[in-house]
Design a protein around this ligand. Structure first.
Ligand code: C5P
Length: 237
């Protein structure tokens, strides 16, 4: 389970990143780097995390014209990010361009191509929020499945989706398509702004490949112990 828990380093405090990752390096394999951590540390975050034996999920949620996103993804591939995401709503051509660029950049740098993920609908948005924000004819789950199918056809490796959408996405996109789920809340943790949530055990049972957990771990007084509790829950203990 160690390989399937991704800890979101959502902080702009370099010392906190140091402290949390120092406590977690032998417990979990993945960290997620968002805007805060990336702008605080810069590109040095990649060798730093590699030194601590972490794989990095770069969560900058690219969303731009195909040429720009392709360049962004190519650059970050060369820096050694192991997973990179973009908004599926950026469109089919954008996702396809990103995939081609990642492949070329990885070949050039002689490294493994990062996994590319599409963000579907943010887990902080519920059905009501979806209807009022997006004015879509579809229901939220239908829209998530539609976006996941687009991502798959464009050549992405998987999607970021709520644990509540794992089953329909699996059905539409198959077993090899990666499903990464934030919106994870152990029973003992606060909900915060998340809306479409499940517990770690439920997300794993529903078939998530990876779960992303931020605040319940990094805001705990003992991140190492919080991570252990979550890993136990993932194992169904
Ligand atoms: O603190 P928490 O566990 O809610 O962190 C979840 C992380 O996953 C955050 O970094 C958030 O930006 C990210 N995320 C999300 N929902 C998505 C995509 C990413 O919560 N659909």
């Amino acid at each position: 389970m160690k390989n399937r828990l991704i800890v979101a380093l959502d902080t702009d405090d370099g010392e906190e990143i140091d402290w949390v990752t120092d406590m977690l390096w032998n417990k979990v394999s993945w960290v997620k780097i968002g805007f805060q951590a990336y702008t605080t540390v810069g590109d040095d975050i990649f060798p730093w995390m590699r030194e601590r034996k972490f794989k990095t999920f770069l969560d900058l949620k690219f969303h731009d014209i195909p040429n720009t996103v392709a360049r962004d993804v190519g650059t970050m591939t060369k820096h050694g990010a192991n997973m990179i995401n973009m908004h599926t709503s950026g469109g089919f051509d954008m996702m396809q361009a990103a995939r081609i660029s990642a492949k070329e950049a990885a070949k050039e740098a002689r490294i493994t191509r990062p996994k590319l993920l599409g963000v579907t609908i943010l887990t902080s948005i519920d059905e009501q929020g979806f209807q009022s924000n997006f004015g879509s004819e579809r229901e939220l789950t239908e829209q998530v499945v539609f976006l996941a199918t687009q991502a798959k056809e464009a050549g992405l490796d998987g999607v970021v989706a709520s644990p509540l959408e794992i089953e329909p996405v699996r059905k539409a996109c198959g077993d090899k398509f990666l499903i990464v789920t934030p919106g994870i809340r152990p029973k003992w943790a606060e909900m915060g702004d998340q809306r479409r949530t499940t517990t770690p055990a439920e997300a794993i049972n529903r078939g998530a490949d990876y779960i992303v957990v931020g605040r319940p771990i990094i805001e705990d007084d003992d991140p190492s112990e919080a991570a252990e509790r979550i890993l136990d829950e993932m194992k169904g203990m």
